[in-house]
Design a binder for this molecule. Structure first.
Ligand SMILES: *Cc1c(COP(=O)(O)O)cnc(C)c1O
Length: 450
């Protein structure tokens, strides 16, 4: 018999914590496998921490979202939001599922081209497009989504010089009943600025206005807000036709659907409260279909969904470095991953499962990351079975934004692994090395001490 680990007795303040109507949840299940692959085997092979992505889950999410919209509306196209996760292998799963690319910088634009996405299936959004980026996008017949008047004027000037008539859309921001309003991007609907931009585009004769775009927010919990947004884009499209004789070919409703993560401070877990993609599809497609367009004039509906399609396909595997007691007696567990690679722990209460069997003795604890920095907290207060040094954990739903917003701070970024449809693992991004990190540094000779 192995000797049981000694746990020093402590006096605990009774703390009800954040109860919900089901009481506090104390039952756990160890997560020992992901898509049939052993968690401990992956950690042995790829190190701790490491990110794991399920190809099966990406395809399932993508097909589910396509089904939700295509069963309700005849013309639907998804465009993968690169900034949500632009590891090339991940993007290519989406492209294999039929997604175009949605990019917000020259860097992302070139990544999409490098992944083999044809230029005319790339949507170029965002306030920061250099003249060089715009020239390239024009030559490739990409869709340029104009963000502000300065961009519009320089685009008109450029088209005159290049003698090309690019396909453009404007980004529209609007009051959808959700506050704070995202009004920093694009042209406002209510104050007439969107209509003004449309008039200037059409009057210039230099640009081919093919679409109208909005992206009303992120982690949006109100499907009806998308109905409001779709209605306002339909109004603009209708006025384009009746007043300017311009046929708009597509309405792009952007992204923003939530994943099933739990926002900090939420009363109930996200998996119980987040609306399904069908509810968003229903709100959007009903509005467009009922607007009154003729059947053959219905616009193509584009969606730039990011988070909702990738979050639950991503896992972070990690290990316990140490346990300690804080001065108030609280248990603190230090993990080998922190906010440097798990950026989303700033706003989500990520679900964390032990990767091995455990005793059913649990305790409220704080989970810290390994950084020498006070804000490096993975969970401020979570009730978990006691984790010992060397134990391993699985963090759930980390596929969105972590692998693009991760910081190279104090430590380097870890391996990223894809589990394919057959349950084989593939390294899709190597852990960084000191050599890689220092490749961009230069040493003036007078400081070279070697
Ligand atoms: C970030 C972004 C998206 C994706 O947003 P999600 O909330 O991840 O779905 C889509 N379109 C634009 C313009 C964006 O900036």
């Amino acid at each position: 018999m192995t000797k049981l680990k000694y746990e020093r007795p402590v006096i605990k303040k009774m703390n009800a914590g954040l109860m919900n109507k089901f009481g506090t949840r104390t039952e756990y299940q160890p997560v020992t496998h992901i898509d049939g692959v052993g968690v401990k085997d992956m950690i042995k092979k790829y190190g701790s921490p490491c990110f794991v992505i399920s190809e099966k889950q990406i395809r399932r999410n993508s097909q589910n979202a396509n089904r939700a919209f295509k069963t309700r509306y005849p013309k639907v196209q998804f465009a993968w939001s690169y900034k949500t996760n632009y590891i090339n292998a991940v993007c290519n799963v989406f492209h294999q599922e039929g997604s175009w690319a949605e990019v917000v910088s020259g860097f992302e634009y070139n990544k999409a081209l490098g992944n083999g996405v044809p230029g005319n299936k790339i949507i170029f959004n965002g306030p920061d497009k250099s003249e060089k980026d715009i020239r390239e996008a024009i030559l490739n017949d990409s869709m340029l989504h104009i963000d502000h008047f300065d961009e519009l004027y320089s685009l008109i000037e450029l088209c005159e010089a290049m003698d090309r008539k690019p396909r453009v859309a404007i980004r529209v921001n609007m009051d959808t009943g959700i506050y704070p309003m995202w009004d920093r991007f694009g042209f406002n609907y209510e104050n007439g600025s969107a209509w003004n931009a449309i008039n200037k585009i059409v009057a210039s004769g230099k640009l081919n206005l093919v679409g109208l775009h909005c992206h009303i927010g992120t982690f949006m919990l109100a499907p009806w807000a998308y109905g409001v947004a779709a209605g306002k884009l339909c109004d603009l499209m209708y006025h384009c036709k009746t007043q300017l004789n311009v046929s708009i070919q597509y309405l792009d409703l952007g992204g923003g659907f939530p994943s099933a993560n739990t926002l900090k401070g939420a009363y109930l877990p996200g998996s119980d409260t987040v609306p399904s993609i069908e509810e968003f599809a229903e709100a959007i497609t009903t509005t467009i279909l009922n607007y009154g367009f003729k059947q053959d004039e219905l616009p193509l509906l584009i969606l730039e969904t990011g988070r909702a399609l990738i979050d639950d396909a991503g896992y972070l595997l990690g290990s316990v470095l140490a346990n300690k007691r804080l001065s108030d007696g609280r248990r603190a567990t230090i993990m080998d991953f922190g906010v440097n690679i798990l950026f989303t722990s700033f706003w989500y209460d990520h679900k964390i499962s032990p990767a091995q069997e455990f005793t059913h003795h649990s305790e409220d604890m704080v989970l810290y990351g390994p950084l020498c920095m006070n804000i490096d907290i993975v969970r401020e207060s979570v009730n978990l079975p006691l984790l010992n040094k060397g134990d391993q954990v699985v963090v759930h739903k980390v596929g969105a934004y972590n692998m693009t917003q991760w910081m190279q701070f104090i430590a380097m970024r870890p391996n990223v692994v894809l589990i394919d449809m057959k349950g084989t693992t593939h390294l899709i991004r190597k852990a960084e090395t000191l050599k890689y990190m220092e490749e961009m540094e230069l040493m003036p000779t007078f400081l070279n001490n070697k």
